[in-house]
Design a binder for this molecule. Structure first.
Ligand code: HEM
Length: 394
């Protein structure tokens, strides 16, 4: 395929992007993509270099018109992921400080409990939808509990978050935008209220800690607190849901690897890393050049945009032996699934603990687990995942 013909919204690409990405990566590690008006980094080294280059940043621009998009814009303007130093350093430092108190490892037994509770609710015979019944609700429950969102309110979170993240795709209707703005406004109001309650009566949760943190006299403003909590809630589950869905589909399609993981529990850690590498939940992250920069033999001019294609980077044969093979024991596995550079995923330790605990629990509870039907892919390229994964279990 010629890069000019690459359509990031094409259903055939979304169904299985890897052969097309391999073809383009073999032609060029980094090239201009006219349809999206930005450079695309297909190769591992090019993606890594782009993410680490301080002359390429995440520069947030409010989406016009301001009157319509303000609730959506405000959530992004005030959070670390859409800012560069010095704002990024300050916001990330303050949130990391509150986050560190959570002692992520301490959460492992709690994640197992939550996973068991979800599996207890399933019918004793037959099958279930791995996504709707397990992979979807589990990460939401974990991050909601960490932040201190009461259990009764948890079902509000996924629809809000789903509506907001649809804005990161390349094909959006007016209805999608309206739903995203409404969700952003409702989500922010909800968090503002929760923060008020926790300020008055602090608990041992992240919203209380975020409200309390001080760092050399600077604190999070209320807008920053709301935006940070929503970032944690969204980033904290959208990717984990899809790693669990995509990763379990990959494992079930490789029964020998599944048997290996069952037989050798120490393989759970490399198997989870392989799930993140093999079928990336997040395929594309944009940057804007603040100065001219050169990667390989391509010069990106100040003001131009470029994107790292993480799913493509993670299948680069220059770095991974037999990249299209799912190898539960792959070592080394320097995948870029959590990004690289200053925006490297703040939640990576939590994601690892919850994914390891989730997969371990699933395999413990079912000695037989197999796909009952071909899983249904979500129609989006940037956030890659399944809509439905029917499994037979026993
Ligand atoms: C397997 C699951 C996850 C994956 C694959 C993932 C992936 C990523 C990636 C690729 C980035 C970098 C974005 C960029 O460079 O532009 C990122 C950033 C981030 N992630 Fe994750 N993430 C996961 C889970 C989580 C969890 C559980 C949390 C929090 C509870 C979280 C919180 C964040 C935050 C706050 C950032 C922004 C960091 C910054 O801008 O400095 N993520 N994540």
């Amino acid at each position: 395929m010629r890069i000019d013909d690459l359509d990031l919204t094409a259903p055939e690409l979304i169904a299985d992007p890897y052969p097309v990405l391999a073809d383009l990566r073999a032609q060029t590690p980094l090239a201009w993509h006219p349809p999206s008006g930005m450079y695309l980094a297909f190769g591992y080294h090019a993606s890594n270099a782009l993410l680490r280059d301080r002359r390429a940043g995440r520069l947030w621009r409010d989406r016009p018109p301001a009157e319509r998009f303000e609730p959506f814009n405000a959530l992004h303007r005030h959070q670390m992921m859409e800012n560069e130093p010095p704002e990024h350093t300050r916001l990330r430092g303050l949130v990391a400080k509150a986050f560190a108190r959570g002692h992520v490892e301490r959460l492992r037994p709690r994640v197992v409990e939550l996973a068991d509770e979800l599996l207890d609710r399933l019918p004793s015979q037959g099958g279930f939808d791995l996504l709707a019944d397990f992979a979807g609700p589990l990460p939401v429950a974990v991050i909601a509990e960490l932040l201190g969102v009461p259990p009764a309110d948890r079902e509000l979170l996924r629809p809000w978050s789903n509506a907001i993240v649809k804005m990161y795709e390349y094909e959006r209707t007016d209805a999608v935008e309206t739903r995203a703005v409404t969700a952003a406004a409702e989500f922010a109001d909800y968090l503002r209220e929760l923060a008020t309650v926790r300020r008055a009566r602090p608990a041992d949760d992240l919203v209380s800690h975020l409200a309390a943190i001080e760092d050399g006299g600077t604190r999070l403003s209320e807008d920053e607190l709301v935006a940070s909590a929503i970032l944690l809630l969204n980033a904290g589950h959208e990717a984990s849901v899809n790693v669990l869905g995509n990763g379990m589909v990959a494992l079930l399609r490789h029964p020998t690897e599944l048997d290996r993981v069952r037989a050798e529990p120490s393989l759970i850690e490399p198997a989870v890393e392989e799930m993140i590498r093999y079928d990336a939940p997040l395929h594309l992250f944009e940057r804007t050049a603040t100065q001219d920069l050169t990667i390989g033999d391509v010069t990106i001019r100040a003001g131009e945009k470029a994107a790292a294609l993480l799913g493509s980077a993670n299948r680069d044969p220059a770095v991974f032996d037999e990249p299209d093979r799912f190898d539960a024991g792959r070592d080394p596995n320097p995948h870029l699934g959590f990004g690289a550079g200053i925006h490297f995923c703040l939640g990576a330790p939590l994601a690892r603990v919850e994914l390891q605990a989730a997969v371990t629990t699933l395999l413990r509870r079912f000695s037989r687990l197999e796909l009952a039907e071909p899983p249904v892919v979500r129609p989006t390229f940037v956030l890659r995942g399944y809509q439905e994964v029917r499994v037979r279990a026993g």
